[in-house]
Design a protein around this ligand. Structure first.
Ligand code: NAD
Length: 413
């Protein structure tokens, strides 16, 4: 079966999402969403992109992704206006807070946001509200992005990077759709206290409403519909009330998608199956905490943290696109970072954020061609391949963007 990045095709998921919104009295927010969806159906071909380089290797990989975006866009007749804003440690140093109001405001008014990474040793001992990570959480909350899409594709070129046996890892191509703004990370009550024995306790609340489950379920069904038509909903409905509601709502929403095959799996089994037989999965939908854990597990099937992009989408406003890796302070400033995860995040930005499928594909093809030619950064290097730095890898991708013909480098499993 042919397998390539193109299978991640989800042509404007938010546009599809909008089509099942049934609000008879739309608030101004819904109205905003409608106009954005219209823009996605008929691309305006001129977009404002907020760039948030952040810390560590963030500025290195963002600068390359920006060049790739600019070149691919110019070849496709698209215009980009980029605005670079501080976030994370860089913002703490320059403005005193990890997410300046101006950064959030510029991000909200743009068409899409591309983030590098945040964090570093320098700010590790700061109080919570002055940590770079707080800036990222505030950014996600401020943009109201509730759906996190994380593809995990094992590329034949990088099969040796997986820690799994070749026959298990080969051909893995799955997508985890994680609920991002609800569940136990946000549920109240939460806090510390004392139990009847006088011991200290910490507690959190796993909580989901029907609205929260329905909207993430629809994003997941739409995602599965554009892939291989299989959706596995992961929960812990044998123990948790919030999961019982989750399963009930996902099952109900399934009636809107008769073309998608729905299955349910308990999270402990899903963790096991991801290692035992990951090829059984196409699209997985799950709550915030299970998604946090399972998407990291799924990403490691590919064995290459420097390769994996992500998209976070809401009902309205710009999506947030970022590599799944962190700021890698151990290699920052040494031209060792792999820029491909950020370049592939830029491709997701084009596809899911702007509806520019053709340009997204051009970039993904260029990445595959660069790997086919044998170029590797240190994190994915193996014997016989050409070891290059971050900048040289970027230049090779640029060269391929310029020269490759669409579909010329798709590969067969
Ligand atoms: P990390 O992802 O930054 O690094 C883990 C390991 O992977 C390191 O050895 C690093 O060198 C390597 N690595 C990561 N990205 C790479 C790339 N593109 N190319 C080559 N090698 C790469 O995770 P960590 O070390 O746990 O965290 C470092 C900092 O990043 C912390 O401050 C953490 O809070 C932050 N962080 C930020 C994000 C984010 O911005 N979304 C995510 C995770 C961690």
């Amino acid at each position: 079966m042919a397998a390539c990045f193109h299978q991640l095709n989800l042509t404007p998921i938010r546009s599809a999402f909008q089509s099942f919104q049934s609000n008879p009295n739309p608030t101004p927010k819904c109205a905003r969403f409608r106009s954005r969806s219209a823009a996605i159906s008929n691309p305006k071909r001129s977009y404002n992109i907020t760039l948030l380089p952040g810390d560590g290797i963030g500025p290195e990989v963002i600068s390359i992704a920006k060049d790739v975006l600019s070149l691919a866009a110019s070849l496709e007749g698209i215009e980009f206006q980029f605005q670079e804003m501080p976030v994370g440690g860089a913002a703490i140093d320059s403005v005193g807070v990890p997410l300046p109001d101006e950064t959030l405001s510029v991000a909200k008014q743009s068409d899409a946001v591309l983030l590098g990474a945040i964090g570093g040793y320098k700010w590790d001992k700061n109080e919570k509200h002055l940590k770079p990570e707080t800036g990222l959480l505030l950014l996600r909350a401020g943009l109201e992005v509730f759906a996190n899409l994380r593809p995990a594709t094992v590329l034949p070129q990088l099969i040796d990077a997986s820690t799994l046996k070749k026959e298990v890892a080969e051909g893995v191509d799955l997508m985890v759709v994680r609920e991002l703004t609800g569940g136990i990370y946000f549920g109240k009550p939460r806090g510390f206290g004392t139990n009847e024995k006088g011991e200290d306790i910490g507690f959190n609340t796993e909580l989901y409403s029907t609205t929260e489950v329905d909207r993430i379920a629809r994003i997941a069904f739409e995602t599965a519909r554009k892939r291989r038509g299989k959706l596995c909903s992961v929960d812990k409905a044998n123990v948790l009330e919030a999961s019982i509601l989750w399963r009930k709502r996902v099952t109900k929403i399934a009636s809107e998608y008769p073309d998608v095959e729905l299955s349910h799996m308990y999270v402990d089994n899903a963790a096991m199956q991801l290692i035992r037989n990951p090829k059984q999965f196409d699209t997985i939908v799950t709550n915030n905490i299970f998604g946090d854990i399972l998407s990291d597990e799924a990403s490691m099937l590919t064995g290459s943290i420097g390769m994996l992009p992500s998209a976070s989408l809401g009902e309205s406003g710009p999506g947030l696109f970022e590599p799944i890796h962190g700021s890698a302070p151990d290699i920052a400033g040494q031209d060792k970072a792999n820029p491909l995860a950020t370049i592939l995040s830029a491709a997701m930005l084009l596809r899911y954020g702007l509806g520019e499928e053709h340009t997204a594909k051009r970039i993904e093809d260029a990445v595959l061609e660069t790997l086919n030619k044998g170029f590797r950064t240190g994190d994915i290097h193996s014997t016989g391949k050409m070891l290059v730095g971050c900048k040289a890898m970027g230049e090779e991708v640029l060269r391929s963007v310029d020269s490759q013909r669409p579909a010329a480098v798709s590969y067969q499993n």
